[in-house]
Design a protein around this ligand. Structure first.
Ligand SMILES: Cc1cc2nc3c(=O)[nH]c(=O)nc-3n(C[C@H](O)[C@H](O)[C@H](O)COP(=O)(O)OP(=O)(O)OC[C@H]3O[C@@H](n4cnc5c(N)ncnc54)[C@H](O)[C@@H]3O)c2cc1C
Length: 418
């Protein structure tokens, strides 16, 4: 018989931002029983944003990014049985098998296992000198390489690629980026904003090889060059690939949970299995406004971690957070609210030429999302900011007139229904 079945503990698999916030919220909001937080990563739950920015550049420690200090978990009886991996989950038996051989029964289970880095499967990808970035150890390895005068190839210009390219450049590394799209971040932010971001990187001396793929790495003992699909050879001392993540769904013993681009979860973050919940990067949630969506951002992992804990405690409130994220590159700041996988209109308030604007993503006249480039304010930190107004407009499914969106004198808050 597995330890803890029946009236057993709440088990959380994944001690990242979502899992950590869930554990803390469960305790803070009245759960008195056992909570077991299973993590294969060393240390306590923390936020990863500084790993591509301030921590990578040795400007900041991780102290300010812990969900809670280690002593908090001890003081609040949250069990953290060292560095262990949940190898499989049996939803019918309500058990989790750990790589230590221990079988843990649960009353409720939260899967908050995040994602693992997509890896390049090309010749030379096993050479020392190619890095990926998700953990502190991976970041520390890149830090050791990032010395002034060295040359790096950054593969992919999504958020991780853009931020790493910026940080390495700031550290005095000569950076060449290789990515398949025409522009950095084009898929998420579109052509106009992608053009601005490309300009930020070029202005800082980054060489952008757009519409290209790395086909092979070359080197004898370690990586010495990247070779693109069109045959360009880029000599380099090391490379960092930021080519996306794969949601990390644990193996299922017995019946499976419904999946599809992550673990399918409903508005209350419940999966298809009894008493099994999902949150964070691994969860593909049915969002009341955006429909089914899997989000790979800090604010979601934090807030969904808190929301799922409330669902586990019996709340019937759907998780309807209007998603938001930020990105820092050089001294430029991007803020984004909402969710727009596609759009049919992009409206600008401000100046594309100066790279200072709010861009509105609309479909059929309805505001889906907005991006602030070097303006707009952090919607989480500044509740009166323009981006906070945009979040409210998205929540209200507003159809603001184009002329008001472009007009700097029209207060966005005046468009929000009271
Ligand atoms: C370098 C970097 C910079 C980022 N910067 C930003 C940013 O500026 N803005 C922003 O909005 N977002 C940013 N993000 C994204 C944000 O960090 C993620 O969305 C967030 O970490 C997701 O939290 P999570 O808890 O779902 O997953 P994770 O933080 O990945 O945590 C999941 C944990 O589960 C563990 N785990 C997985 N499987 C098992 C298993 N079977 N058994 C035990 N443990 C397991 C993993 O090891 C991990 O510790 C960044 C991400 C990275 C990597």
């Amino acid at each position: 018989m597995a330890e803890g079945t029946g009236a057993g503990p709440v088990v959380i698999v994944g001690g990242g931002l979502a899992g950590g916030n869930a554990a803390v919220t469960l305790r803070q909001e009245g759960h008195r029983g056992r909570i077991v937080l299973i993590s294969q990563e060393p240390g306590i739950p923390f936020g990863r944003p500084p790993l591509s920015k301030t921590y990578l550049r040795s400007e900041e420690s991780l102290d300010g990014w812990y969900v809670k200090p280690a002593s908090w978990y001890e003081a609040h009886d949250i069990e953290r049985p060292g560095q262990v991996t949940a190898v499989s989950v049996d939803v019918a038996a309500h058990t989790v098998l750990l790589d230590s051989g221990r079988e843990l029964g649960y009353r409720q289970l939260l899967i908050a296992t995040g994602g693992r880095n997509r890896r390049l499967d090309i010749p030379g990808a096993d050479l020392p000198g190619l890095y990926y970035l998700r953990t502190v150890a991976e970041c520390d390895a890149i830090k050791r390489e990032a010395r002034p005068g060295r040359r790096a190839v950054v593969v992919g210009m999504g958020f991780i690629g853009c931020e790493v390219a910026a940080s390495l450049t700031q550290l005095g590394v000569t950076v060449t980026t290789v990515f398949p799209a025409k522009l950095p971040l084009q898929r998420v932010l579109g052509e106009q904003v992608g053009t601005i971001i490309g300009a930020f990187h070029r202005a800082s001396g980054v060489d952008l090889l757009a519409g290209e793929q790395v086909a092979a790495f070359e080197g004898t003992e370690r990586l010495e060059a990247a070779r693109t699909a069109s045959g360009i050879r880029i000599p380099c001392d090391f490379a960092v690939a930021g080519i996306g993540i794969i949601p990390q769904v644990p193996a299922m013993g017995g019946s499976a949970l419904a999946t599809g681009n992550g673990l399918l979860a409903d508005e209350l973050c419940r999966t298809s299995g009894p008493d099994v919940y999902a949150a964070g990067d691994v969860a593909n949630q049915l969002h009341p406004i955006f429909g089914r969506v899997r989000v790979e951002h800090y604010n979601n992992a934090e807030k969904q971690g808190r929301a799922v804990a409330r669902s586990m405690l019996g709340s019937a409130a759907p998780y309807d957070y209007i998603h938001s994220f930020w990105s820092d590159q050089y001294d430029h700041k991007l803020e984004y609210v909402g969710h727009a996988a596609t759009w049919d209109d992009f409206v600008v308030r401000g100046s594309l030429e100066e790279g200072k604007l709010i861009g509105f993503y609309l479909t059929g006249g309805q505001l889906q999302a907005a991006v602030g480039v070097d303006r707009g304010g952090d919607p989480e930190l500044d509740r009166d900011s323009e981006m906070a107004a945009c979040a409210r407009l998205v929540a209200q499914r507003a159809q603001p007139a184009r002329s008001l969106l472009t007009d700097e004198h029209a207060d966005l808050w005046s468009l929000v229904k009271k």
